[in-house]
Design a protein. Structure first.
Length: 150
């Protein structure tokens, strides 16, 4: 299944950077690239940086794009997202930006064109909320935070 996402570039974007793309036929996330204007952005350990992709998108109603960390950057460098997963709503038309967080022990250089995150397009269900006098019971009940054994 695929869905068409309309994309345009921000006024200062690099037109030569590739659009988000999937590395394999079974990939759920499309790689998002840093558009740093040719600069290198260094993120010190424990610090974060907002990195532009140079893109704006129009998602169809009923869809979101989740911005997720790249597992290789997380494993090798401790680089993750401060708001993982980030959410791009279907009614947002501003620039897609990635809030990177360095949990590693060394500075990390984000370079122009680097693959920095993944975008996962997913359907969205909006709930209706209603006060109830009682909730249905379950075996688990209100036990949480490790109560299932791990």
């Amino acid at each position: 299944m695929s869905v068409l996402i309309h994309v345009n570039r921000t006024h200062d974007a690099d037109p030569d950077l590739p659009l988000p793309s999937y590395k394999t036929p079974g990939a759920a996330g499309a790689d998002l690239r840093a558009d740093t204007g040719g600069r290198t952005v260094t993120i010190r350990p424990g610090h974060r940086a907002l990195i532009s992709t140079g893109l704006r998108i129009a998602l169809p109603d009923g869809y979101e794009m989740q911005i997720r960390p790249r597992s290789g950057l997380a494993l090798k460098h401790g680089l993750t997202l401060a708001n993982s997963p980030g959410t791009i709503d279907s009614d947002y038309r501003g620039p897609v930006q990635v809030l990177l967080l360095n949990l590693g022990d060394a500075p990390f250089d984000v370079t122009h064109g680097m693959r920095i995150a993944q975008g996962v397009v997913a359907p969205v269900v909006q709930a209706r909320w209603e006060i109830a006098e009682e909730l249905s019971g379950t075996d688990r009940g209100g036990n949480g935070f490790g109560s299932t054994g791990a």
